[in-house]
Design a protein around this ligand. Sequence first.
Ligand code: SF4
Length: 277
Amino acid sequence: MAKETKLEWVHHTFNPWWGCVKLSPACKNCYAEAWAKRVGSRVWGDDAERRFFSDKHWAEPLRWNRDAEAAGERRRVFCASMADVFERRSELDPWRAKLAGLIEATPQLDWLLLTKRHDLVQQLAPWREWPANVWLGMTVENQEWARQRIPRLIEIPAVVRFLSCEPLLSPLDLSRWLGDSIHWIVAGGESGAKARPTHPNWFRSLRDQCLATGAAFHFRKWGHWSPVAPAQPSRRKRYTFSNSDQSPTTMWAVGMHASGRELDGTTWNQVPRPNLL
Ligand code: SF4
């Protein structure tokens, strides 16, 4: 497990447990499932057990909180990269309650809870009042899931409500929600050899919708496919978007490290500032 994360959008990653069940198209190539298998954990699916961790693991955010306090800054924690906090299984309830206690004990940390279970958040959230240091996010990979998830997200009085548009699988029109209701978009392409390509215009459109509405925009990565041709194109797989609705564009399978995270020459690292909302 990546305990000290290198993701630019957060400072740390914390997993209250490992394991999940696939739910929507974004889950198709779930990296967490692949990673768990690689390290010998069989924790995916309804019938598999979940994996839980010791007190030592649960003490780490307390240290991050002390460090953030000593540095005089707030730090963001992504929770969870190897699970969905709002999965419905009765054995997870005590661990969700434990997570609530941890969040309360770490006021210097902003906890980013990202879910695909839009219909379970209200029911399973382990608190009545939404804590001031919890940012709630939902994955929106295409317009259909935007239509289903965003109305449920904006019902919840989290200090920051955000969307993870990764892997982005279609163009999105989010303009009616951005700004007052949705404060932040974190977008990215899919990684790994089976990754599905994202048309660059779909990212550009999200960037422009954020600029037009005042929502923050963070471009996390291109992922496996890049719009920039590599030095030796004949050695790389390519994919051409030729649909009449999209500008014809060729994407190159160069891998996540080579594709980088610049969008039209700019690195988008915007993060919302809750006290200004
Ligand atoms: S909800 Fe997240 S962790 Fe669960 S299967 Fe889908 S992508 Fe993987």
